[in-house]
Structures are given as structure tokens and as C-alpha cells.
Design a protein. Structure first.
Length: 222
């Protein structure tokens, strides 16, 4: 009986983990503004930059997942009370990135990381890419409400969940997002090297259009 009950617990944890993997992929697949930014960076600057940018978004998603799981009403109230300010902040950042995409010239141009990371090195630029997508994701108030819908839809946690269940969900969700972005940047790298197509400047314009549309949606329809 003890062995049987332990097997049931393990089975439930595996099911929970698999569901969390799907959630991680589900929140990463839509090509929204952050996704467009990650793809553009992978195309213009290399797969590591696109991948790290994706991890920034994935890390913010994990924080949103914690809020959704715990039902932190204080944070939800803060989001509701400051919705307009958050929209303006996120839209401003997106517009800056959109204009940078339009004005992008070549992949050898010097890139400047965030002001606090003032050393122009690979590590500071990677940190800048990570932080920028993290901030863009975390300041998008729509994401938290989509997480609430996703979690209720997948029924990933029961009401009597424990801390282990929560950890399994967060790890699974992050890994799902992790593998998605890893797959995307590998595909982009393969296409660029296989067909020797060099720069894909049209990616910059497509990503800028997606970002502009997202800004309009955030400001007027969300």
C-alpha cells in the first residue's frame, strides 16, 4: 500500500511537470513584441543573444506564475491601480526598441548595453539583453491575467497543492520556455548558415511592425 501510494504521488508529479512544460511553451510561442525582439537579436547578433533575451522573458513569466499560483492580492491590486502607468512604461520601452530595429544598419555596429552596464563587453550586452526583455515582460500587466486563465485551463495545481508541487510547476514551466527559445535560435542559426543568407534586414521591419501593433493594443484595447 505504501509503495502504491508513493507511485501515485510520483505519477501525479510527472503529470504536473508535463503540464507545466506545455504551459512554458504555450506562453512563449505567440510572436508578440518580446518574441519579435528575441528573433531579431538572434538574426542580427547571433543565437546566444536571442536565447538570453528569451530567458529574460521566461524569468519574468516564472514570477508571474508565482503570483498566479499564490494569488498575491497585494500585487494584483497594485497592477490594477497602476495599470495605465505600467502600460505607458511598457509601451515606451517597446517604441524605443522598435525605432532601433528600423534604424538598424548592420550586425557589426556597436551595441550599447543598458546605462548601468556601461562596459561594452559580451557579458554586459548579454546582461542588458536579458534585463530588457525581463523588464518588458514584467511590466506588461496583461501577462498576469493570461497566466490566471492558463493555470485554470490546464488545472495544473489542485487546491491542496504543496510546496513541492509549486516548485515542480515553476521548474517545468521555465524549462518549457527554455527549450522553446533554444529551439527557435537553433533554427534561425541553421537557416542563416545553411543557406548563407547573411543579414535578414526585413526581420527588423517585421519585428518593428509587430511591436507597433502591440503598443497600440496595450494602450487602447487592453
Amino acid at each position: 500500500m505504501i509503495l502504491e501510494s508513493q507511485l501515485i504521488i510520483i505519477e501525479n508529479l510527472i503529470i504536473t511537470f508535463v503540464k507545466a512544460l506545455f504551459i512554458g511553451v504555450a506562453v512563449s510561442v505567440p510572436l508578440g513584441p518580446v518574441g519579435a525582439i528575441c528573433v531579431r537579436r538572434a538574426v542580427n547578433h547571433g543565437r546566444i543573444y536571442g536565447f538570453i533575451s528569451g530567458l529574460g522573458a521566461a524569468s519574468a513569466d516564472v514570477i508571474f506564475a508565482i503570483i498566479a499560483i499564490l494569488g498575491l492580492t497585494v500585487i494584483l491590486d497594485f497592477i490594477n491601480n497602476n495599470l495605465f502607468i505600467l502600460k505607458l512604461f511598457a509601451s515606451g520601452l517597446l517604441l524605443i526598441i522598435a525605432f532601433k530595429a528600423i534604424n538598424y544598419k548592420n550586425n557589426n555596429a556597436e551595441r550599447k548595453p543598458l546605462p548601468l552596464l556601461n562596459k561594452i563587453t559580451t557579458h554586459s550586452q548579454l546582461a542588458s539583453d536579458y534585463i530588457s526583455t525581463f523588464i518588458l515582460t514584467i511590466t506588461n500587466p496583461i501577462t498576469i491575467f493570461s497566466f490566471l486563465a492558463i493555470f485554470s485551463g490546464f488545472r495544473v495545481l489542485t487546491r491542496d497543492y504543496n510546496i513541492l508541487d509549486m516548485i515542480i510547476v515553476l521548474i517545468g514551466m521555465f524549462l518549457g520556455s527554455f527549450f522553446w527559445w533554444f529551439l527557435i535560435v537553433q533554427i534561425i542559426h541553421y537557416i542563416k548558415t545553411k543557406y548563407n543568407i547573411g543579414e535578414l534586414n526585413w526581420i527588423n521591419y517585421i519585428s518593428a511592425v509587430i511591436i507597433f501593433i502591440s503598443v497600440i493594443y496595450i494602450l487602447f484595447f487592453s
